[in-house]
Design a protein. Structure first.
Length: 162
């Protein structure tokens, strides 16, 4: 149950972060007049929930005496936590960077990359948690990479014109 709820939270985060990245990019390009801050605060709330649920599911996995985690599963879990922590660190830097400066652009681009990496690492667990077909992880990865590339190209274009 806990894994399913965390999977739903992770999928919601993917949607919120994607919407935030697209809206933020459109805002920076002058296509939209204001970025919807509701995406940001919704994302913050879901991030807190996702981290709490991830702690719970990780503890459950390590405490499972019936099916103890393999060395491969432990490494995969470590990769998810490391990439997730990187997302958190870079996201905090993104919040505090001065908007539309070169450092902000570099940090936003770094956030784009680490978030895509985290989703790609976590996609296998996500489809399992949601009860989807295993091959659906590829669709999640393709979607994430496509958004990351589009946002990344826009950020590079913005930083070159600044």
């Amino acid at each position: 149950m806990l894994r399913r709820v965390n999977g739903i939270a992770a999928l919601l985060l993917l949607a919120v972060f994607s919407a935030h990245a697209i809206m933020g990019t459109l805002f920076c390009l002058g296509v939209v007049s204001e970025e919807a801050s509701c995406f940001i605060w919704t994302g913050v709330c879901v991030v807190v929930l996702h981290v709490a649920l991830s702690i719970g599911t990780t503890c459950q996995m390590f405490d499972d005496e019936m099916r103890p985690p393999s060395a491969k599963k432990k490494v995969h879990q470590l990769k998810k936590w490391v990439t997730g922590a990187l997302v958190g660190v870079v996201a905090v830097a993104h919040v505090f960077a001065i908007f539309e400066t070169r450092p902000w652009s570099v940090i936003a681009l770094a956030l784009d990359v680490v978030l895509a990496a985290h989703v790609c690492v976590s996609a296998k667990s996500l489809v399992k948690d949601l009860g989807l077909a295993p091959n659906q992880r590829y669709a999640i990865r393709v979607f994430t990479i496509a958004i990351a590339v589009l946002v990344g190209l826009a950020l590079i274009g913005l930083s070159m014109s600044a």
